[in-house]
Ligand binder design. Structure first.
Ligand SMILES: Nc1ncnc2c1ncn2[C@@H]1O[C@H](COP(=O)(O)OP(=O)(O)OP(=O)(O)O)[C@@H](O)[C@H]1O
Ligand SMILES: Nc1ccn([C@H]2C[C@H](O)[C@@H](COP(=O)(O)O)O2)c(=O)n1
Length: 227
């Protein structure tokens, strides 16, 4: 698995072409846990690399809003942190790709499980040029989702915990599948933040070295209850 910390640089790589209803297309899948920043980074990538961003989650939410007959089923599955049956999501993705004038797509939040992956490849005959995987700690993802403030029905702690479980059980195997084909580019999302915190702590230890014996004495006195 390749590892990068700068997502846009990866997209400049050579990509393969596929077919979609007579139209040649290039597809990059964007995967990662809930709240890892897929949507945010896709918006940055399209600005610089001419891709069209298709978010599976956004397409499903639009389907709910449109009042379609699948709307209630989709909404319930989203609230439960479950994955909507592939035929529904693939149909929406296919329609969006055919409608678009572009031939380069960043498909965000898809495939979310093995069923999504196999069905997409069977139906469209498209395999991705590569897969961007945003690798982020659950702690950071939870913090971000609880602060997202976009009125999403799944941004609550009960659904977030269920989504984490679904990600580990169903989505990680998809990433492992593409990893075994050497197609995954991993983006270490909070790696730099963690590195900076570590450096700050080391600097703190260095600057506080002369005070350490004094601090230790005070701690011992506090533990022993002596003034
Ligand atoms: N690098 C970052 N640092 C801090 N906050 C971020 C960062 N990237 C995204 N966020 C914030 O985290 C929240 C989740 O980001 P985003 O919606 O892009 O994640 P996502 O992976 O698409 O989530 P989901 O799978 O739930 O749709 C948003 O409020 C976003 O503004
Ligand atoms: N392939 C997909 C993508 C999304 N969903 C459902 C379940 C997700 O929890 C929800 C939100 O998606 P996001 O905006 O995080 O991409 O939508 C799905 O069932 N199948």
């Amino acid at each position: 698995m390749g590892t990068v910390v700068d997502a846009p640089a990866v997209v400049a790589e050579e990509v393969t072409e596929n077919m979609l209803g007579g139209k040649k297309v290039t597809v990059v899948f964007v995967l990662g846990g809930p709240g890892s920043g897929k949507g945010t980074q896709c918006a940055n990538i399209v600005e610089h690399f001419g891709f069209t961003h298709l978010s599976a989650g956004d397409l499903l939410r639009a389907e709910i809003k449109s009042g379609s007959e699948n709307g209630t089923m989709i909404e319930n599955m989203i609230k439960e942190g479950k994955i909507v049956p592939s035929e529904v999501t693939i149909k929406l993705l296919q329609e969006a790709m055919i409608k678009s004038e572009n031939d380069k797509f960043l498909i965000d939040g898809f495939p979310r499980n093995e069923e999504n992956r196999a069905a997409f490849e069977n139906v469209t005959k498209i395999s991705p040029a590569f897969v961007l995987f945003f690798d982020c700690s659950e702690e950071e993802m939870e913090r971000r989702l609880l602060g997202r403030n976009q009125g999403r029905v799944d941004d609550n702690i009960e659904t977030i915990k269920k989504r984490f479980k679904t990600f580990v059980e169903s989505s990680l195997p998809v990433i492992e599948h593409y990893s075994s084909k050497d197609k995954v580019k991993k983006v270490l999302v909070n790696y730099l933040a963690r590195l900076m915190l570590q450096n700050q702590f080391l600097r703190f230890l260095k600057t506080s070295k002369p005070f350490l014996p004094h601090m230790r004495q005070r701690l011992n006195r506090a533990i022993q209850g002596t003034p």
